[in-house]
Design a protein around this ligand. Structure first.
Ligand SMILES: [Zn+2]
Length: 286
């Protein structure tokens, strides 16, 4: 109890009552810089989920059990969350690791033998079923790409980046019958943007708030209740309204950080604060 009070007092002293990441974020967006045009007179939230089921994440090289447990949590939360977004008519973005769509992975140069073995053993986990795809299609979600293999683009050669995009866009078009236009780079590590654009990507999540590329959307804030709970979110939204005449707030995360009940409470906070939801496509009108 006393520890709690002391902790709260210390937090108030250091960050004006906000969690540290929120406080830093507010300091950063207080200034208007970069090329991104925020709306005027409108406050918009863009919820953005990277969907990977733990596939190809950094844990693959270290802690396979951890990767698998993240994958299973994400798998459990996916359908209830997407159904909730649909029922409540909440536009949002979902970016897919395209290998999850591919039932015919023959790309030995992309995955090593150990990874291929794991993909075979965990085929049920690392595969988006036709039913999953139908749920994702059935709402005004903007479905985009999160790479093909989840390798970081900063580690790829030009040839590898080409291959990654070719594989990703081919299987995406086959399954969704349209062209992906938004991309979240794995780990938000941005590279090879000329190649990305050649494959039809019109916009991507930037790695900073004040993006200097006209194709980037500001990084925004990690949408995880551990760092942005109901209270901090509420304070964040009202602080932005005080600072800016309008704002496009990108809140990005995964299906691992929260279940549908927690999301529902956070959505309630956003609505009560008078913010609306949008997709990147609807906002940028590309
Ligand atoms: Zn990712």
């Amino acid at each position: 109890m006393i520890v709690d009070i002391l902790r709260r007092a210390k937090r108030n002293l250091l960050t004006g009552g906000f969690a540290k990441t929120v406080s830093l974020f507010l300091t950063d967006i207080g200034e208007e810089k970069g090329v991104f045009q925020h709306p005027i007179g409108k406050y918009l939230v863009n919820l953005s989920f990277d969907l990977e089921f733990g596939f190809g994440t950094t844990f693959w090289g270290q802690d396979i059990e951890k990767a698998l447990s993240y994958g299973k949590i994400s798998r459990t939360n996916l359908t209830p969350i997407v159904n909730f977004l649909r029922e409540e008519v909440i536009p949002a973005n979902v970016q897919i690791v395209a290998a999850l769509l591919d039932s015919d992975i023959k790309t030995t140069s992309v995955f090593n033998a150990r990874q291929q073995k794991m993909m075979r053993e965990q085929a049920n986990l690392f595969r988006l079923t036709e039913e999953d795809i139908a749920i994702l299609k059935s709402h005004k979600l903007e479905i985009g790409l999160h790479g093909y293999s989840h390798r970081h683009f900063t580690n790829l050669s030009e040839t590898e980046a080409e291959k990654e995009m070719l594989l990703a866009t081919e299987i995406f078009q086959k399954k969704f019958h349209n062209q992906p236009e938004f991309m979240a780079f794995p780990k938000n590590d941005i590279a090879h943007t000329d190649i990305i654009r050649k494959y039809g990507i019109k916009s991507w999540r930037s790695d900073k708030e004040h993006t200097i590329s006209r194709f980037g959307v500001p990084l925004g804030h990690w949408f995880a209740p551990g760092v942005l709970g109901q209270n901090d979110l509420k304070k964040l939204l009202s602080a932005i309204k005080e600072m800016r005449q309008g704002y496009f707030l990108h809140l990005w995360g995964h299906f691992t950080e929260m279940d549908v009940d927690v999301l529902e409470r956070l959505v309630e906070v956003i609505k009560e604060a008078g913010w609306e939801f949008t997709t990147v496509k609807d906002f940028k009108k590309y």
